[in-house]
Design a protein around this ligand. Structure first.
Ligand SMILES: [Zn+2]
Ligand SMILES: [Zn+2]
Length: 96
């Protein structure tokens, strides 16, 4: 690899993902866990990445959930809950 190109990211209801809608992506060498953790006031842990549900974009290019057509859907985009769960699982597994 010659140049390091900053991967393009997207925001879904305040959480950051790579353009493939992954929080951790090998394809673009991206790891957004630290950013998302700090956004929600968590310390970074080696947790499993949160996963974006099926989304569509509206005419303004804003991501919204496919299920409810909402850009701020707390059911589909409940990141804090997902992160909390992943952190608990990581702690149980003895990861730091
Ligand atoms: Zn990616
Ligand atoms: Zn939804």
């Amino acid at each position: 690899m010659a140049e390091v190109v900053a991967p393009s990211t997207v925001e879904i209801n305040d959480a950051v993902f790579c353009s493939h809608l992954k929080e951790v992506c090998q394809e673009c060498d991206y790891d957004g866990r630290e950013e998302n953790d700090s956004f929600y006031g968590f310390e970074t842990t080696d947790r499993d990445p949160i996963e974006a549900p099926a989304v569509t974009t509206n005419k303004d290019g804003v991501y919204q959930c496919k299920k409810h057509g909402s850009a701020e859907c707390n059911q589909c985009f409940g990141w804090k809950k997902q992160i909390t769960r992943a952190r608990t699982a990581a702690k149980k597994a003895g990861r730091k």
